[in-house]
Design a protein around this ligand. Structure first.
Ligand SMILES: Cc1ncc(COP(=O)(O)O)c(C=O)c1O
Length: 417
């Protein structure tokens, strides 16, 4: 582990939020924007924005709702029609067995995750996050008052259930699982999910299962963690799930997702959190969501597009030895550029300035904050192995992706000379 670097606090602002660095994604966003403003055309492999959009019927439903005046506040948990459609969808796809009273429609799954974390946070409680994680999971956990603890992943970025148990302490309350994973593209199979579930059950933890990429599994099948407790009485369930319309339906800017709370106790507290933070989700967007959930083939079409990208454009990275194998799911691949002799920050900066390709340096997905007693960050550290990783988004335009990967490989070859 590298040395802890002190975090400078904003003078006069000593909240937890003021000590949390903005995510690594924002640095590269800003750098790519600057390059574009200076007239350079940038190939954007740093951002998970799909090159396809939602089916036209989704936009029509949104416009119809607005024109038809269906724009009033809705229930805090969202329109009943949409929650019923979610329950039906989960029943037919083998997801959680649930009831509209435990479903919450949210402005993006990001807000759902944040609300769920606020619902589950207890003073001094620890949350277990994968050592390579989506930085927003960490930011949200800190903002909710959790103390993050990181569980190890093997060389294929898979968690070992006993490693997860070993990372825990008597203060552990929540285990966060994300399959398919951002940033690694790893998909956890039913056996491994079952083992993780068994550990959480034995230890008395809750689980948050982030299902944002549920429809993007290319090898094997997607298993929703909550489906493992279909036979458990709702009052005894421990798996809370978050879902997104952004990925499956390519509705990123609509901001629509949902939370399925494991049990009524959690649903009751989550209702308070939502009432106090959003009052309710946007009504017209929810109407668009009802239409989207009815378009059952769209997610399959989207998966095929991204799968095609993966198979064609990422294969050269595997052949060049930068990727161990093709990611089994999701929208991102984690490549290792260590052999160039550059750290990933320098690599991404130079790749952008010399080859006009934006990718994200991996360390930001592995930040280890040091905290004071109030949960404020006092230092940050990054495991050395994370400094040779870069994240590449492969949900983008196929031609841009292939060109971007070719340029990246040229750059690697140049650095090796
Ligand atoms: C793992 C993961 N969860 C949740 C989200 C949030 O998606 P949204 O808020 O758009 O539903 C993202 C977005 O990138 C993600 O990668």
């Amino acid at each position: 582990m590298s040395a802890h670097i002190p975090v400078t606090e904003e003078p006069g602002l000593s909240s937890v939020a003021a000590t949390i660095p903005s995510s690594c994604l924002h640095d590269i966003f800003r750098a790519a924007d600057r390059a574009e403003r200076a007239g350079t055309e940038v190939i954007k492999l740093h951002v998970g924005e799909p090159y396809f959009g939602p089916p036209p019927a989704v936009a029509e439903a949104l416009v119809d709702a607005v024109r038809g005046g269906r724009t009033s506040y809705t229930e805090v948990e969202g329109l009943l029609a949409l929650r019923e459609a979610v329950v039906h969808k989960l029943a037919v796809t083998g997801g959680a067995d649930t009831d509209p009273s435990r479903v919450f429609i949210t402005p993006g799954s990001c807000q759902g995750l944040s609300a769920l974390l606020h619902t589950l946070a207890e003073p001094g409680a620890e949350i277990l996050l994968p050592e390579l994680h989506w930085p927003v999971h960490l930011q949200q956990a800190l903002l909710a008052g959790f103390r993050p603890v990181f569980y190890p992943l093997d060389e294929h970025f898979r968690p070992d259930p006993e490693g997860v148990r070993a990372a825990a302490s008597p203060r552990t309350r929540v285990l966060l699982v994300n399959s398919p994973a951002n940033p690694t593209g790893v998909v956890l199979d039913a056996a491994l999910l079952g083992e993780l579930y068994g550990v959480a059950r034995q230890e008395g933890w809750q689980i948050i299962s982030d299902e944002a990429y549920e429809h993007y599994v290319y090898d094997g099948a997607h298993v929703a963690l909550a489906s493992l407790e279909r036979e458990v009485p709702p009052a005894d369930r421990i798996v809370h799930s978050t879902y997104s319309f952004s990925k499956s339906m390519a509705m990123t800017g609509y901001r629509l997702g949902y939370v399925v709370a494991a049990n009524e106790r959690t649903a009751k507290a989550l209702r308070v959190v939502q009432e106090a933070s959003i009052i309710g989700p946007s009504a017209p967007v929810q109407h668009a969501g009802v239409t989207a959930l009815g378009l059952t083939g769209a997610a399959d079409t989207h998966r095929k597009l991204v799968r095609h990208n993966r198979d064609t454009a990422l294969a050269p990275l595997v052949e060049a030895g930068l990727l161990r194998g093709l990611p089994a799911g999701g929208w991102y691949a984690m490549a290792d550029i260590g052999r160039t002799g550059l750290d990933a920050e320098t690599f991404t900066e130079r790749l952008l300035s010399t080859h006009q390709v934006a990718v994200v340096a991996g360390a930001g997905f592995a930040m280890r904050p040091g905290l004071d007693e109030f949960g404020r960050i006092t230092s940050t550290a990054f495991p050395p192995w994370s400094r040779s990783l870069i994240r590449i988004a492969f949900c983008v335009d196929p031609e841009a992706l292939s060109t971007g990967v070719a340029r990246l490989l040229d750059f690697v070859r140049d650095m090796e000379r």
